[in-house]
Write a protein that binds this ligand. Structure first.
Ligand SMILES: Cc1cc2nc3c(=O)[nH]c(=O)nc-3n(C[C@H](O)[C@H](O)[C@H](O)COP(=O)(O)OP(=O)(O)OC[C@H]3O[C@@H](n4cnc5c(N)ncnc54)[C@H](O)[C@@H]3O)c2cc1C
Length: 383
């Protein structure tokens, strides 16, 4: 284990991680954990921890079973490296992750903690269903294995599911068993003129892997469909879309594919697919009202990132107006939460709105981390 400087540690094994956590718990020191650091400067900002744990020492591939479609690795392993290893067996990790983050070193643990997802979410199981097992070091240093030995204070919980989207607030993910998927042989892209056409493709027999919508500030929304599979299947499905949907044209992977909008503030808006065209129209209206550029990008399944503001202007008021407008427009059929923003904006807006199930989350947090030492303030609803 290397102790680079006070307040920073890089354990090389689960046991060392456990020792660190035991010591921090005994001394009442707060702890945060860093994987690839690709979301670390994003928010919720949380409070500065007494100890920052770098997961880079736990980056080994522990087991790779192509026959069983399973890979077990340390939580500090880079997703790009795990996909390279899986590729040696003609496979890839089953969940799709955002390319901008995986290119920058996002780790397996960080992706699970933030519930990361890339465009190819259609037809693939969600992350919480493909994490088959986890080893977690709890706030007091206890090593808990999901499905393995029974640990007093986690009995009754599905640890693997609980860790997905936990933001480092319930425990530190040490290693993970994850499902693999046969790597598709080919991919094809078709461009569509707008959000309505994207919805039609979702409801068709084309079986897309992804349908993404992108709208640059001030512009019109366009959609891109991705199909994957055997070359002849990709070719025939691409041709069918071009023949069937007015305005559809063969395309290539766009430069923005699987990349987050670049803007001072990002809001996450989730709606049912049926409301997607209306949401896109609302964004154009809002842009005119607030006088700030808004970029919209996301899946026709209804999960969008809205990039707000110009680099030289304070986006606080615009952020507040967009959040409030979307929440009242949709009358509870949409969730709008702040994803990334400068610290000052977090202080000035209602970042979360009403969080469904917050009471249960609070109860679980209190059970797992009664002293509030794990990543304080970084969880959903500011937990
Ligand atoms: C608020 C927010 C929401 C996001 N939502 C999405 C999304 O919905 N879809 C998407 O594709 N991407 C999302 N991202 C981005 C993406 O998930 C991350 O960039 C990347 O996957 C994180 O990996 P990392 O290794 O760089 O994590 P880091 O940036 O190092 O850490 C990110 C968070 O995960 C925690 N963490 C890291 N490793 C562990 C571990 N081993 N055990 C426990 N906790 C750990 C950290 O404490 C921190 O809170 C989001 C980012 C933010 C800030």
């Amino acid at each position: 284990m290397t102790e680079a400087r006070p307040g920073f540690a890089r354990p090389d094994s689960v046991e060392e991680l456990s020792e660190l956590m035991t010591g921090a718990h005994r001394d009442g020191r707060s702890v945060a954990v860093c994987g690839g650091g690709t979301a670390f400067d994003d928010h919720p900002p949380g409070r500065t921890p007494n100890l920052l744990i770098d997961m880079g020492g736990l980056d080994q591939v522990i087991e790779h079973s192509p026959g069983d479609l399973i890979l077990v690795a340390g939580a500090g392993a880079a997703i790009s490296e795990l996909n390279r290893v899986a590729g040696t067996g003609g496979q890839e990790l089953l969940p799709d992750f955002p390319a901008d983050r995986t290119d920058s070193g996002a780790t397996l643990g960080g992706a699970i903690a933030t519930r990361a997802v890339g465009p190819r979410r259609i037809g693939r199981l969600p992350l919480r269903e493909v994490v088959l097992g986890v080893t977690v070091v709890l706030a007091d240093g206890t090593i808990a294995r999901a499905g393995g030995k029974v640990v007093k204070n986690v009995a009754g919980y599905d640890l693997a599911k609980l860790m997905t989207g936990s933001w480092g607030t319930l425990g530190i993910i040490a290693d993970v068993a994850i499902r693999l998927y046969p790597k598709p042989q080919t991919e094809g892209f078709v461009e569509l003129p707008g959000a309505e056409a994207a919805l039609e493709v979702l409801g068709s027999q084309v079986a897309p892997s992804a349908v993404e919508i992108d709208r640059s500030p001030g512009g019109r929304a366009s959609a891109v469909v991705m199909v994957e599979g055997l070359p002849e299947s990709v070719e025939s499905r691409t041709a069918r879309m071009v023949d069937t949907f007015p305005g559809a044209a063969p395309g290539v992977r766009p430069s923005w594919w699987s990349r987050r909008a670049q803007a001072p503030v990002t809001i996450r808006a989730s709606v049912s697919p049926a409301l997607v065209p209306e949401l896109v129209a609302q964004i154009s209206q809002l842009e005119d009202t607030i006088g700030h550029p808004i970029q919209l990008r996301g899946s026709a399944m209804g999960v969008f990132d809205l990039g707000i503001g110009a680099a030289d202007a304070d986006p606080t008021i615009a952020t507040r107006v967009v959040l409030e407008h979307l929440r009242s427009w949709s009358r509870r059929q949409l969730s709008a939460t702040l994803l990334c923003a400068p610290a000052a904006v977090w202080d000035e807006v209602d970042a979360w709105g009403e969080v469904p199930g917050f009471g249960l989350m609070r109860t679980i947090k209190d059970q797992f981390d009664p002293d509030g030492l794990l990543s304080p303030g970084r969880g959903i609803g500011g937990l």
